[in-house]
Ligand binder design. Structure first.
Ligand SMILES: [Ca+2]
Ligand SMILES: [Ca+2]
Ligand SMILES: [Ca+2]
Ligand SMILES: [Ca+2]
Length: 626
């Protein structure tokens, strides 16, 4: 442990008791929020209205109960598993979402969007509800991707237990691929994503372990299972890079690819961050530094986190998301950490590529842009919430909300400065005894003015909940051109914030479908040229913490129109759409506008694909039909 952090922690040991007073802040803010909410649309161009119940979405996340030798700190051990992942699984033009639960025998939910503002839970009927058991494990999250390119998104479920891949049978049911797929037998995973790292047109999988994979959390070998350090822990779970063979099976290429991380990974996301043409993997790690794995040949990866700057300062990484925050065509990385006023202020990281560098060098601008303090932060997602053409940031937080006037922070800081032999043994961790640890926190909604200033507006626009947020996902659930917000809370309800955006503001959405590239278009990058400016977005799978946004790209435009959309497909093709109509969702198939296919990339995997997509929902336009 470096001396600066040690001093800070020792200092807080002697100065605690401040944490309890933080719990009073949400109540004060709630009082002023009701006045401000009315004017929010005028002031910021949008407001959020929590409407889960009206949308017939009523779920309550429940946590598992692990080995009784962890009972004294169970709220910390069983602190994750509330997740949400968006996809239009039945291809009816309305985006649906999957919600996980984590108690043994509890049920997960698949909310099918009925298109009338309400949802129905079809998880049980379609075979993806009853997936939390003592032997197979309990859900930590899920991520959608069409691994067999049949046009229907398939579902990868990751657990503290056995990861499971469900094949989507044309939106009518899900069938577990079981052991046939060749996935690992047991991973204590908090994150996974789909990416086509070798760009062969088939989605590959990355699953990141948190706890060691040989640990059965219901039957510990002993209590020496905790991280060996709060800053330099290398005794976490292994990672899995699983290459899609194209026959429904996956091969483990982790070792061959040079990925040997043993860090405690909480979040992973993939995008072409360094302009190699291949996706890079960013890993947000708890108890240590981040990792940034880059490939230039689609075979081997190198961790460039240290030289790029993103992997120097050890913190408590819990989020990985990407956004072009300055509309200059460069993706910044947002990683969340822990900040507790007066106690421990790590600050969240916003890693922005340096202008002067040739690529691959980042600087942390979170503090100077005002997006560093987010409490005990989890998911943070970029998206244009107010359709003005800039990427805003929605963050959820809160760790354990229990006794409102008692805090575990003092005991937590004592264990944090211990010797590794002390820290790594759960038996040494002080009992929580019903106390809170960074509970009841205010969420953050940062609006980006495009010039380097973010304004925090959560209470004003209506994001006033104080649950222990884990996953947040953004998606236009009503096909209105506004990004609605889904929030999955640990031991709390799933929230659906309907986004009401000033209708005078223009938008455009692009629903990309690969033909030579993977059909989900994951890794496709769109540069939208608009009003003499540009916005860059890349289609990703996992984003945030245990979350997946809607995969359609949503761009706000203010009062503007679009000059052109330049699409860089993972196959290497570039496709240009001139002057696409605004206030429309456009469905764009790779290569369908008559541009030549790159030679040698025709893939027989598409031979059996449906020739026609279903009829688009109202408000959609199939750009290929023009
Ligand atoms: Ca649907
Ligand atoms: Ca599929
Ligand atoms: Ca592949
Ligand atoms: Ca904006």
């Amino acid at each position: 442990m470096n001396s600066a952090l040690r001093q800070r922690l020792i200092w807080l040991v002697s100065s605690l008791l401040l944490a309890a007073s933080v719990a009073a802040i949400p109540a004060l803010n709630a009082r002023s929020a009701s006045f401000a909410h009315v004017a929010a649309t005028n002031r910021f161009g949008f407001r959020l209205v929590e409407s889960a119940a009206a949308a017939h979405v009523q779920t309550q996340h429940e946590a598992p109960t692990f080995d009784e030798r962890l009972a004294h700190i169970m709220p910390q051990i069983a602190s994750t598993g509330a997740s949400v992942a968006v996809a239009d699984f039945d291809r009816d033009g309305w985006q649906d979402f999957y919600v996980t639960n984590s108690r043994e025998q509890s049920l997960n939910h698949l909310y099918r969007n009925k298109g009338d503002g309400t949802f129905e839970d079809v998880a049980a009927a379609l075979g993806v509800a009853d997936v939390n058991q003592r032997d197979a494990g309990v859900s930590m999250g899920a991520v959608w991707g069409d691994y067999d390119n049949d046009g229907y998104d398939d579902l990868l479920l990751y657990r503290y237990g056995r990861p499971e891949l469900f094949h989507n049978e044309q939106g009518r049911r899900f069938v577990s691929t079981g052991a046939h797929a060749g996935l690992p037998a047991h991973v204590n995973a908090n994150s996974a994503t789909w990416l086509d790292y070798d760009r062969d047109g088939r989605l590959d999988l990355f699953i990141a372990g948190y706890w060691r994979e040989d640990i059965d959390l219901w039957a510990l070998p002993d209590t020496r299972v905790m991280p060996e350090s709060f800053e330099y822990a290398n005794n976490g779970g292994r990672k899995y890079l699983l290459r899609n063979r194209g026959d429904g099976t996956f091969e483990d290429r982790t070792e061959a690819a040079g990925i040997r991380s043993r860090r405690w990974t909480l979040a992973v996301a993939a995008a072409d961050l360094l302009g190699t043409g291949y996706p890079a993997l960013f890993l947000a790690n708890d108890y240590g530094v981040s990792e940034l794995y880059v490939t230039r040949d689609g075979r081997t990866f190198t961790d460039v986190a240290r030289e790029s700057g993103v992997g120097v300062t050890p913190k408590s990484g819990m989020n990985a998301s990407f956004g072009d925050v300055f509309n200059d065509g460069r993706l910044a990385i947002y990683k969340s950490n822990i900040s507790e006023p007066g106690v421990l202020v790590q600050g969240n990281d916003l890693w922005v590529p340096k202008e002067t560098g040739k690529g691959g060098e980042y600087e942390n601008l979170a503090s100077s842009l005002g997006v560093d303090l987010g409490g005990w932060s989890w998911s943070a997602q970029f998206g244009d919430l107010n359709n003005d053409g800039t990427q805003d940031l929605y963050l959820v937080n809160g760790y354990v909300s229990a006794g409102e006037r008692s805090s575990y922070w003092y005991d937590f800081s004592v264990i944090a400065v211990g010797h590794s032999s002390i820290i790594s043994d759960a038996a040494n961790w002080p009992p929580m005894k019903g106390r809170s640890l960074s509970g009841y926190q205010r969420k953050r909604v940062w609006i980006n003015d495009g010039a380097g200033r973010f304004t925090e507006v959560a209470q004003v626009v209506g994001a006033t909940d104080a649950f222990d947020g884990r996953a947040a996902a953004l998606a236009d659930l009503r096909n209105t051109g506004a990004l609605d917000v889904l929030v999955a809370n640990q031991r709390g309800p799933l929230l659906l914030y309907r986004n009401e955006v000033d209708p005078a503001r223009h938008w455009i959405e692009l629903d990309l479908e690969g033909t030579t590239s993977n059909r989900s278009a994951i890794g496709a990058r769109v540069e939208l040229q608009w009003n003499g400016m540009k916005q860059l977005q890349e289609v990703t799978a996992a984003s945030g913490f245990s979350a997946q946004n809607g995969r359609r790209l949503h761009f706000g435009l203010g009062a503007g129109s679009v000059d052109r959309a330049v699409i860089h497909w993972p196959s290497g093709q570039t496709q240009v759409i001139e002057k696409p109509a605004v206030n429309q969702l456009h469905h764009i198939r790779e290569g369908a506008t008559g541009l030549a296919l790159a030679p040698g990339l025709a893939d027989p995997a598409y031979a059996g694909a449906p020739a026609q997509p279903p009829t688009p929902a109202p408000g959609h336009r199939d750009i290929n039909a023009r």
